[in-house]
Design a protein around this ligand. Structure first.
Ligand SMILES: C[S@@+](CC[C@H](N)C(=O)[O-])C[C@H]1O[C@@H](n2cnc3c(N)ncnc32)[C@H](O)[C@@H]1O
Length: 292
């Protein structure tokens, strides 16, 4: 079960009130949406967008009785066209809670966890062609090295890429288990002084590249700002510095273009109590913006 991160802080900045409409651009297991639906009763609606077909199907079953919730299996890069298609007007707020759900790690079987041996897939959207398998086994050296360096902030990017290329000449790397074994052989025993699992950065880079997460985020934010009512708010929860930088710059740029105000001078971090209860919250940062 996914525990929603920074829930009270999200509600504070999104500020849902009776009869207002909201978009949850990353529905997941619906934790944040459920709390919004409690507050925008009796007539307010939530449009929940979820790109993962499995999670979407689970949500449709779980929230069957919730008539004020509209669920869509699509990407938030299409917010504008989804809003038009569903005639979803008067949008008072848009929430982005980025990255994966606990389900992706615990039960999806799609290779998101470096603690499991699963096929190298990592796609949120199963209809998409690009997989982590494709990247690892077919992309040329400079491209793999670049994503490890940029999306993983991995200082051993070149060493890892070289090892991947050598390995795949002999045998394809089909599973996360094979990739982890390869990394174990070439990375130092005291990788990052044991602060981080030695495969964490490589896995993060592959997931971001497979799902084109950073390009998507910029597009999603731009469209969210367009569909909002004046006075409406965007709240974004991010989990690593690259995402946070995109959000910070997007909000700054929008402020300079007189489109609204930044509500969070510094990013909001979870309390120690929240991190204790939900370690996944540790790296979370929340930023909010209000359209003029
Ligand atoms: C951190 S989870 C959201 C958790 C949710 N707030 C909750 O409380 O259950 C992020 C979700 O966004 C989904 N997602 C990722 N990229 C997406 C995209 N481009 N469009 C829509 N959903 C996306 C993922 O599949 C994942 O389920």
């Amino acid at each position: 079960m996914h525990i929603p991160v920074l829930l009270q802080e999200t509600l504070h900045y999104l500020h849902p009130r009776p009869n207002e409409n909201f978009i949850d651009a990353t529905f997941g297991e619906g934790g944040h949406s459920k709390a919004i639906l409690e507050r925008n009763k009796p007539l307010g609606k939530v449009l929940g967008i979820e790109i993962d077909l499995n999670l979407y199907q689970k949500a449709v079953e779980k929230y069957e009785k919730e008539k004020r919730l509209i669920l869509v299996n699509d990407s938030y890069v299409n917010i504008k066209s989804i809003v038009n298609e569903y005639n979803f007007g008067s949008v008072q707020g848009v929430l982005f809670d980025l990255g994966m759900c606990s389900w992706h790690i615990d039960a999806s079987g799609k290779g998101f966890s470096y603690l499991k041996d699963e096929p190298l897939d990592m796609r949120f959207n199963p209809r998409q062609e690009l997989t982590a398998f494709e990247i690892v086994n077919y992309w040329p050296f400079p491209e793999i090295e670049k994503i490890l360096r940029e999306y993983g902030e991995e200082k051993y990017a070149a060493r890892i890429t070289k090892a991947i290329i050598e390995h795949r000449k002999k045998e394809k790397i089909r599973t996360t288990g094979q990739l982890i074994e390869l990394l174990r052989k070439i990375l130092p025993n005291n990788y990052d002084n044991h602060r981080l699992h030695f495969a964490a950065r490589t896995f993060q880079a592959l997931r971001i590249a497979t799902n084109r997460e950073l390009d998507n985020l910029y597009q999603g934010l731009s469209q969210a700002l367009e569909v909002l009512l004046p006075g409406g708010r965007i709240v974004v929860i991010s989990f690593h510095s690259l995402e946070d930088r995109i959000v910070k710059n997007f909000f700054r740029e929008s402020y300079k273009n007189h489109l609204g105000n930044i509500l969070t001078k510094k990013p909001i971090r979870p309390s120690a109590a929240e991190v204790k209860e939900n370690p996944r919250a540790a790296s979370a940062k929340l930023r909010a913006f209000q359209k003029i």
